[in-house]
Design a protein around this ligand. Structure first.
Ligand code: ADP
Ligand code: MG
Length: 236
């Protein structure tokens, strides 16, 4: 039995003539530890599907289960707890707070965690060290490069040590060398056991994943194991 399960999942926007079936009748199962690339053209429904998987967009149809939990059967508060416990999210744009330091940005998800301020700082520093940015902890987002901002976003997503990382076009704004660095980072996280589901329309990025799911007009049109063509060993 898979650990992340979508059953007949659908998300419809608008009504009547204007109704858009952004995601329609999608079924899949993902096991812990997989690295999945979700591919498809612009408007195909990738972000909609990812936000449903992120417990932040109620489906119009179907069910979504993680670790046996019916995610949309939870009330809002339980779902917020679920998100904190299970999910890290890297958004399409970095969504960093411009007036908070790199360190403070990474600490944000720990706001309500039962930890002292010192423990939160330590956790955030550990996450920053993981993404190779501990030396830039005091900078503001405007004082680092795009690739570094993306790494901060990854650091913030993993600071809670979630079992699942969801990433929406994590390299959409980056050049190919910087994209490669981010992909290597995600692959390392995956090798440490994190389940990764990444939206991308870049084949070069999808090559780092072990499984590719393709979505077209809201439907899953292809789902195959590809066996990680790009490997960590590619960099030092
Ligand atoms: P992708 O991420 O693959 O580019 P999206 O999931 O963003 O695709 O969008 C899928 C479809 O749903 C598109 O036709 C888009 O215009 C539509 N859509 C997305 N979000 C909304 C929304 N909040 N309201 C209405 N339509 C939306
Ligand atoms: Mg999108």
């Amino acid at each position: 039995m898979a650990d992340i399960i979508a059953e007949n999942l659908g998300c419809y926007y608008g009504r009547g003539e204007a109704r858009v079936m952004a995601v329609h009748q999608v079924d899949f199962g993902i096991a812990w530890g997989e690295f999945v690339a979700l591919m498809g053209e612009s408007g195909a429904g990738k972000s909609t599907l990812l936000t449903m998987m992120g417990a932040m967009n109620s489906p119009s149809a179907g069910h979504y289960r993680v670790d046996g939990i019916d995610v949309y059967g939870l009330n809002a508060e339980q779902r917020a707890d679920f998100r904190r416990e299970y999910l890290g999210f890297v958004f399409q744009r970095f969504h960093l707070m411009p007036y908070l330091s790199v360190l403070e940005n990474v600490m944000l998800p720990l706001a309500v965690a039962p930890l002292t301020r010192k423990q939160k700082r330590q956790r955030a520093m550990d996450a920053l060290a993981w993404v190779g940015l501990d030396t830039k902890a005091k900078r503001l987002p405007g004082e680092i490069s795009g690739g570094e901002m993306e790494r901060v976003a990854v650091g913030r997503a993993i600071v809670n040590d979630p079992p699942i990382l969801l990433a929406d076009e994590p390299t959409g704004n980056l050049d190919s060398r910087t994209s490669h660095e981010i992909m290597v980072l995600l692959q390392r996280l995956n090798q440490e056991g994190m389940t990764i589901i990444m939206v991308t329309h870049s084949q070069a990025c999808a090559d780092y994943a072990a499984r590719v799911m393709e979505i077209s007009d809201g439907r899953l049109t292809n789902d195959r194991q590809v066996g990680q063509r790009m490997r960590l060993a590619a960099t030092g």
